[in-house]
Design a protein around this ligand. Sequence first.
Ligand SMILES: Nc1nc2c(ncn2[C@@H]2O[C@H](COP(=O)(O)OP(=O)(O)OP(=O)(O)O)[C@@H](O)[C@H]2O)c(=O)[nH]1
Length: 700
Amino acid sequence: MPRGGIVQCRGKCCTRRILYGFCGVSFQLHHFRVPGSSCVCTKRGDFSLTCLNRNKPWQSLRRYLLRYAISPTQVLPIWISMEEAAIKSNREEQTTRDVSPQQLRNFCIIAHIDHGKSTLADRLLQLTNTVSNRDMKEQFLDTMDLERERGITIKLQTARMTYKASDGKEYILNLIDTPGHVDFSYEVSRSLVACEGAILVVDASQGVEAQTLANVYLASESGLEIIPVLNKVDLPSAEPFRVRQEIEQMIGLDTSNCLEISAKTGKNVEKVLEYIVKYIPPPKDRTNAPLRALIFDSYYDSYRGVIVYFRIFDGVLETGRKIRFMNSQKDFEIVEVGVLAPHQVPVARLIAGEVGYLVAGIKTVQDARVGDTITLANQPAHSPLAGYKEAKPMVFCGLFPADADQFEDLREALEKLKLNDSALSYEPESSSAMGFGFRCGFLGLLHMEIVCERLSREYGLDLVTTSPSVGYYVHLENNSPILIQNPCELPEPHLVDHIEEPYVRLEVITPSEYVGSLMELTQSRRGIFQDMKYITATRTSLVYELPLAELVTNFFDLVKSRSRGYASMEYQWSGYRVGDLVKLEVAVNGEKVDALCSIVHRDKAYSIARALTERLKELIPRQQFRIPVQGMIGNRVIASEHIPALRKDVLAKCYGGDISRKKKLLKKQAEGKKRMKAIGKVDVPQEAFRAMLSLKQPDD
Ligand SMILES: Nc1nc2c(ncn2[C@@H]2O[C@H](COP(=O)(O)OP(=O)(O)OP(=O)(O)O)[C@@H](O)[C@H]2O)c(=O)[nH]1
């Protein structure tokens, strides 16, 4: 089966390969001929093309070339002729390997956001010749467009490298690059289970930050060997001595052997590889036990079905064997197993301790859930692996297709996305204002933003989102508690005894000069002070208990702006507390708009209602009649605005004349408007819902 190939450039200006097809399903096009031009080198730079149909790579390639106005006939003959050779050499290389567990090292890179994890991963890939210099691009493992645009890692990424260490032996290093943002710490915890060690990257100019600590705790809970590394020592502002002290004091790791590297310039990065081989233990040799492999990631490929990423803990996995997913109890025959190098490279077998992928014609996403254990159908293991803790969604919002016909598409897209993002949860919901949609649960606001963006980019959906809310425990008069994730579902006030809202334990690490401003912010958001510690002479850690609902409304942005970007924060679920909360509803022309309903603290209800109604007044287009816009708690109106009616100048043709004639005309007009108001329906435009999302809290 053809898998890839190489096409030679035939132009004068460039003697390099014009098309390089990796074994597997992706191609990279660097220099290629444009018909009608004498130059073959378009200097388009790097980009990769995913072959749409694995069995017919040529067709996908052809479609691609046509898109860029390149005649396929010019490359076809060479493509075909080179193909066989490329596949053969790749196959030989992979099938002749014989791996022993002693040669394996599985590690992940953890750090606070932007401390240089992905850049270090780039250097490691280059040093081990996993990716050629020509194919290298910054943050190579951040493959999603969104990740590259925003400069953040969202998904964990794996790469397998071969490294010849100073002891003369060859080692196989499986690297997992993890995200740094607090919303994606679930991805980090999943990566940790697949590793024996972690490289802890600390920015030498910033020092230990909130997420550094959180990730260290996760890694040590998983029993990983942690190797601290100081990065960015090339920066003039780097203070390796101070940061070493911080690591010792705050984390308790010995820094006497700590490497000082620059992932950007490559300084000392080779030593990191030596440290990995020396300090990270190899996986236990459990090749002879019945197969048990843990799924840590998976995604849906339209042509090959579900592709599963796993780490084998016991036994051996081979192509052609029948496997069973222990949780779903479904059996499949393996079509292909392989390693991620970092592109998918098929191999004949993988042994205990290795990380790889498999394709088995799995069609439904529920069959291969993240956290499930893979075993052999004819020789199953006794018990599954521990799996992962279920991710707990913290923020909820309604997602509605702008076009009602796209509801089924949205359901399908969410189903596929859920496979790739197991922290996402959703259930159908209907709203009188927005129609049918889904109430989705996310780990945080950034997570929500990313999911919405992915749905619109990857699945072409135009969505309207309701404002984010959290889950409340509502205790009714008869004392039975119910969990409410949608503010509209909150029962009438007279039925409610009390409401409990979720709180988080928030830790902010900041330069001491911003402490006052941040304390003020946190207290205005109903934060309850817990602790304040001077970590060093210039840096302070603040600990608060904060209602999650206050955190999800642009709190992170405010912390950053009040500290000029120097403070970092981290939070963990800390439980429920009783709060004085009310349901704030918005009525437009006397009709309540369920999509604008929210649960707020009673003290803030008035100011929020005022801000809401003022904003809606600007956003709802004027009609033939006057529209009242009201903020209400139960039946009580607490804020009100009016959108004036559009009026025709009925007096225009009435030159001079009697005043009573004018009065009559105006009265007639007023009666008409009244009638219209009674029967008229106001459609709140979708833009209004979108704009409401960006509404700041009035006290900000
Ligand atoms: N000067 C200097 N800059 C660096 C170094 N390492 C990384 N950077 C820069 O720091 C920024 C963040 O680097 P990333 O590698 O994306 O950081 P990250 O930790 O992967 O970020 P997230 O995945 O979003 O958590 C980029 O602009 C890098 O170019 C270094 O050694 N020196």
